[in-house]
Design a protein around this ligand. Structure first.
Ligand code: ARG
Length: 703
């Protein structure tokens, strides 16, 4: 059966750039020449006529983009899905195309109103007929894809476009005969690129560079071994020739001004149906509900952005606006994703924002057995810092030991079902683990605006300069430290040796002595340098008073380590009177527990340093329990380690001269963490001064 290929075109009688709906049209309004456009269109038409039957639809006034017949609809066999244009500028074309399809005997399918889909501009059949590639992101909506699958009875693979110059799939993607694919990878998100690579073998993929892509090299008409396009580089021509394609270039520059070229100007209206190919949709949808100060906290924007940024799409089904300043709003949002995998990642982010399944289709969490001690099932849900609940047998159960980067382990005890955050290594085969993202929610408090602002560090919102920021952080931290101490609360400090090198040792010692610190977390180094300063007056061999290196000073820290080893522990050394001041001294004297976690570079180590890292992590976690505030002073490793163990709700202040460390910790996204980029010695000295200011009036009164 060799019935001819038929192509639909529309002469450019009324073609012009009259408006801007894509980046190519910008600056080109009325800049194209009608004569040249007619000439170029004729050039393409004559070439195609030699290889196919070309049908013509009558051009219409007022719809200049009607020349781009690729956007009329999508044909497969007898059926056509008519386009629903996103922009009102092109919606006027719809009835004319509809009429043409009806007159030519097609079954016409029409999408629901407000569900944009731009025809063969955004949906391209694999040339072997095995499946349909469908684009979304700019013009066509992801939710149109399930309709295509259903009506055309074909598998639909959704690809997300991310570069607005390539707003239609056919501007950057062209399936060719024999399973080849011509495409520009840069136009797609990483998930889509992976999907392409999974479906098309590497020897069949002809990935092009940006220079060819902007000449619309992918906007190609492919008829058997022939490829017709505006322009291709010599390199691209050679690659196409090498795999058996003959390249014909025909200039279409006038149409490039409207953002289209060869393929856009055509619609293949004969597309044979393969008997054994059937519908299959990968697109998934779920309805979630979200509540809170959706507007004034920006929560709804964050949620919707997050859906799109992660490759999904949404429809807001319901929005109940809380009218009073204190009332909360509630929204129901339909989330669509091109696959289950993408859906899972989107939902896990939405869970962090407090989203839940719509009550009527709430489902239990999915559980899977621990396959082996210390190993979670593949698809395990990764825990976050937020208070979490999981739904088991219809009941929401609070997860204990909340921390990030764990798994949620479920065990059945005499008191009932227990859910706990556990590190992978601690999982046991008697437990099961929450997998997927069903039946999981985080509890976000929806306090009034005022209360929320009070819990947040107040300078977080405004545009505060970095110098003023340091002062403000110091003021606020001092205030908090005083409040917590006076209420008998708990502050944990994690600190690195830089505290000593920058002269902060005496200030931190004072904080310990005056009861502002309830536990100290560090490594071997901070303790060694602190005691070196106490015993020998140097820190890593540098005289701390004069700021110069002392002869032979590089051996000082080893001497100190040796001394402490001799005494068996820091505590013993303090009690023997070897150490008379400093941070470690104050810890021992004031019964402030400390944990020193070892590392590969440690000299010694000190007898107190825990070189078994798993034990060190456990000891850190014990000290963090119940903390209200954690001060992280210039130690990337220890600070990040601490951050990972700490649930939301604990105020975290990270001070480091390296902005990368600070960003990493304040990126946790919880409102209570704050970072300051500054010298830690300076920070501590300001903090101590500020505490003095706060306490002196009180002292005077008493005195
Ligand atoms: N100006 C038209 C638009 O922005 C160009 C359409 C090009 N067609 C295509 N299939 N890519 O809609």
């Amino acid at each position: 059966m060799t019935s001819p290929i038929r192509i639909l075109m529309c002469a450019p009688d009324h073609y012009d750039v009259d408006y801007v709906i894509n980046p190519w049209m910008e600056g080109n309004i009325h800049k194209s020449s009608r004569d040249r456009a007619v000439e170029q269109w004729q050039g393409l038409y004559q070439i195609l006529k030699q290889h196919a039957v070309v049908d013509l639809v009558t051009p219409q006034k007022g719809v200049p983009d009607m020349v781009f017949t690729a956007n009329a609809g999508l044909v497969l066999g007898e059926n056509v899905v008519l386009s629903r244009f996103l922009h009102k500028e092109r919606q006027g074309e719809e009835p004319f195309f509809k009429e043409w399809f009806e007159q030519n005997g097609y079954n016409v399918y029409e999408l629901p109103k407000d569900l944009p889909f731009e025809g063969a501009g955004d949906a391209l059949l694999d040339r072997e007929g095995r499946w349909l590639w469908a684009g979304y992101g700019f013009r066509s909506e992801l939710d149109s894809h399930p309709y295509l699958a259903k009506w055309l009875d074909i598998e639909v693979l959704s690809l997300r476009l991310i570069d607005d110059r390539f707003y239609h799939l056919d501007t950057c993607f062209c399936p060719l005969a024999n399973g080849y694919l011509l495409y520009y990878p840069g136009a797609f998100d990483s998930y889509s690129n992976r999907l392409i690579e999974m479906r098309v073998a590497s020897e069949k993929r002809i990935a092009i560079e940006e220079a060819d892509a902007v000449n619309f090299a992918c906007n190609t008409v492919n008829l058997e071994q022939l490829v017709v396009m505006n322009k291709a580089s010599d390199g691209l021509k050679a690659r196409l020739n090498a795999v058996g394609f003959q390249v014909i270039e025909t200039p279409l520059t006038e149409f490039l001004k409207a953002g289209g070229a060869a393929k856009c100007l055509t619609l293949r209206v004969t597309e044979p149906v393969l008997a054994d190919v059937h519908a299959n949709v990968h697109v998934e949808s779920r309805i979630i509900s979200i509540q809170g100060h959706l507007l004034d906290s920006g929560l709804i924007n964050r949620a919707l952005d997050l859906i799109v940024d992660n490759g999904g799409s949404f429809q807001v089904l319901n929005f109940n606006l809380g009218e009073q300043r204190q009332s909360t709003s509630a929204a129901e949002v339909k989330v669509s994703a091109p696959s289950h995998e993408v859906m899972e990642s989107i939902i896990s982010y939405l869970i962090d924002l407090g989203a839940v399944d719509l009550p009527q289709d709430e489902r239990d969490a999915k559980l899977e057995a621990v396959p082996k001690n210390g190993v979670a099932p593949d698809d395990f849900y990764v825990s976050t810092i937020y208070p979490t609940e999981v739904r088991i047998n219809g009941e929401w159960i609070k997860v204990q030991n909340q921390r990030m980067d764990g798994a949620i382990a479920i065990s059945h005890t005499s008191e009932g079902v227990v859910a706990k955050c556990k590190l992978l290594r601690d999982l046991e085969t008697s437990e099961s683990v929450v997998v997927d993202v069903l039946g999981i929610r985080t509890i976000r408090k929806t306090e009034s605006r005022e209360k929320r602002n009070a819990e947040e560090f107040s300078f977080m919102s405004a545009g505060v300069s970095s110098e003023r920021r340091v002062e403000l952080v110091v003021e606020q931290v001092a205030w908090e430290l005083r409040k917590i101490r006076d209420a008998g609360g708990k502050v944990v400090v994690s600190a690195g040796p830089v505290v000593i090198h920058t002269g902060g040792g005496e200030h931190l010692s004072r904080l310990v002595r005056e009861g502002y610190v309830q536990a100290l977390l560090g490594g071997n180094a901070i303790a060694v340098h602190d005691m070196e300063q106490s015993i020998l007056g140097t820190s890593l061999g540098v005289d701390m008073k004069r700021g110069v290196a002392v002869r032979g000073g590089h051996r000082h820290h080893l001497k100190v380590i040796n001394t402490i080893r001799h005494h068996g522990s820091i505590k013993n050394a303090v009690e023997a009177g070897v150490i008379k001041n400093g941070i470690m001294y104050e810890c021992v004297k004031n019964n402030v527990p400390f944990v020193l976690a070892g590392s590969i570079r440690d000299d010694g180590p000190l007898p107190d340093t825990e070189m078994d890292l798993i034990k060190a992590q456990v000891k850190y976690a014990e000290q963090i329990k119940g903390a209200e505030m954690i001060l992280m002073l210039s130690s990337m490793l220890h600070s990040i380690g601490v951050g990972n163990m700490t649930p939301a709700g604990v105020k975290m202040v990270c001070v480091d001269i390296n902005p990368a460390v600070v960003t990493k910790l304040s990126d946790r996204g919880s409102i209570e963490s704050v970072g300051v980029v500054t010298d830690v010695g300076l920070f501590l000295s300001l903090l101590v001064q500020q505490l003095d200011k706060l306490t002196s009036p009180y002292v005077e009164k008493v005195g």
